[in-house]
Design a protein around this ligand. Structure first.
Ligand code: CA
Length: 154
């Protein structure tokens, strides 16, 4: 079984361009493509990887300090320039739009949103967003970050 760039990157970029406005898509689509190039696809002629290769690459990337720093930067840019655009917080609708680009159902997005909303004000602050995303990739125990990408578990 293989993972292709088409599945991992292009399908997401297509949804970003379909669901988000031009300004948001113009930032998030290249960010997502860069993520594949920088962390998950380490060269090779095929533009695809086996699932085992992807797991190995994820394990390697997630164990590096560079990744943890880069993930926090990625999340901060996504929050500031794509989702919140000058606001301090984002709504359920804005978070749902973000996850919709990754093919997450709105009901799962709602569950994820409320999991990340640790102060229960029905809004996600930048801190809650970044903390959830960071924990999704770095925590080995169960945390609020478990549902950052919807029902997918790290
Ligand atoms: Ca909150």
């Amino acid at each position: 079984m293989e993972v292709t760039k088409q599945e991992y990157v292009d399908a997401v970029v297509d949804r970003i361009c379909q669901y988000m406005d031009r300004e948001m898509a113009g930032i998030l689509a290249p960010m997502w493509t860069y993520t594949w190039q920088r962390f998950w696809y380490n060269g090779g002629p095929r533009g695809r990887k086996t699932v085992d290769e992807m797991i190995k690459d994820h394990r390697y990337a997630l164990s590096s300090r560079l990744y943890v720093h880069s993930a926090a930067t990625w999340l901060r840019i996504a929050f500031d320039t794509v989702l919140a655009r000058g606001k301090e917080v984002i709504s359920l609708d804005e978070y749902s739009l973000f996850l919709k680009c990754f093919d997450v159902h709105p009901l799962s997005a709602k569950f994820a949103f409320h999991s990340l909303d640790t102060n229960h004000d029905n809004l996600l602050s930048k801190e809650e967003f970044i903390n959830g995303g960071r924990l999704f990739f770095t925590a080995s125990n169960s945390t609020v970050g478990d549902h950052f990408w919807g029902p997918m578990l790290a």
